[in-house]
Design a protein. Structure first.
Length: 308
């Protein structure tokens, strides 16, 4: 699907057809749409294929007057009742007259621009527009990292109440999301540093402050992801130790109970045999009393040794 947008009166507005200075948004384009983009804008086919490759990492490339910037953007996926965070590539192609974005599916970053939620973003100022896309990308990373931190705190509180596999799996999903975020953010930072040198897209003086803001946000997101990942790794190790310790306590208590309840079996077995010389063998109640006394004594000793 291909849509066209242009800044009109300080607001990004949908337009019916292509115009110079407009933004061309391609979401999961069909084969005929891809061929049309290649022929109409003289785009290298490999640039579009790279933008639609789910495994493509962040990088920047330029050929025949067209610059391709691939950045990893954060996305939220709902799986049944759970929410998982991951990343996917977004291709930004800067041609002579336009900016073209290519993505595998709808995402909240481009939706904010398409809905006109952001004002004073000009599609005809290509560098300005690309940097605003990157700024929204960095802001989304920070927003999702805060959500991950809140979810992690909630899961930890639930895990303290009861050690269930469900909460442990959730923590593993969160840890995986943080790993994706951390690696993608570092790749995006490298790409931004290349953009900052001005070799691939022309940098204007008024864009320098905006680019520095993007880099600051990216570095902050990298730091936050690293901190949360370290905390979560420590938490997982701590809970693993707690679970192992709880298992040891349960096994210790069960072994002590087994030892205690085996006492009546041993005594009744002895008095049930045809063995002469056993004390008070003529009294039927004596084995029961003796078993009870031995059980109480064994329980007292095990309790003193913190075994029960």
């Amino acid at each position: 699907m291909i849509n066209y947008y242009k800044t009109i009166d300080g607001r990004i507005t949908p337009i019916a057809q292509y115009e110079p200075g407009c933004w061309i948004d391609c979401i999961a384009p069909q084969e005929d749409e891809i061929n049309r983009l290649i022929s109409d804008f003289n785009i290298e086919p490999d640039f579009l294929r790279a933008s639609l490759d789910e495994e493509e990492s962040s990088h920047i490339d330029s050929e025949d007057g067209t610059t391709l910037i691939i950045i990893d953007i954060p996305v939220v996926e709902k799986k049944e009742k759970n929410i998982s965070y991951t990343t996917m590539p977004l291709g930004v192609l800067v041609t002579e007259k336009n900016v073209i974005t290519v993505c595998l599916r709808d995402n909240p970053i481009l939706s904010e621009f398409a809905d006109g939620a952001l004002r004073n973003v000009h599609t005809n100022l290509k560098t300005h527009f690309v940097l605003h896309i990157m700024l929204r990308m960095a802001t989304k990373y920070l927003q999702y990292l805060k959500q991950i931190d809140r979810i992690s705190d909630h899961v930890e509180r639930e895990l303290r109440k009861s050690m269930k596999n469900k909460e442990l799996i959730q923590l593993l999903e969160i840890e995986k999301s943080l790993v994706y975020f951390s690696s993608s953010l570092k790749a995006d930072e490298t790409t931004l540093e290349k953009v900052m040198r001005g070799r691939y897209i022309k940098m204007y003086e008024e864009d320098q402050d905006l680019l520095e803001d993007v880099l600051i946000e990216i570095k902050q997101a990298i730091e936050m992801a690293g901190i949360y990942l370290n905390i979560l790794s420590g938490t997982m190790d701590a809970f693993a130790s707690v679970i192992s310790n709880n298992l040891n306590i349960v096994m210790k208590v069960l072994a002590s109970i087994t030892l205690i309840i085996s006492i009546p079996t041993v005594i009744s077995g002895l008095y049930g045999m045809n063995v002469e010389g056993l004390p008070f063998a003529q009294f039927w109640w004596f084995p029961m009393v003796l078993s009870l006394i031995c059980m109480l004594l064994a329980g007292f000793i095990l309790h003193k040794k913190d075994m029960l």
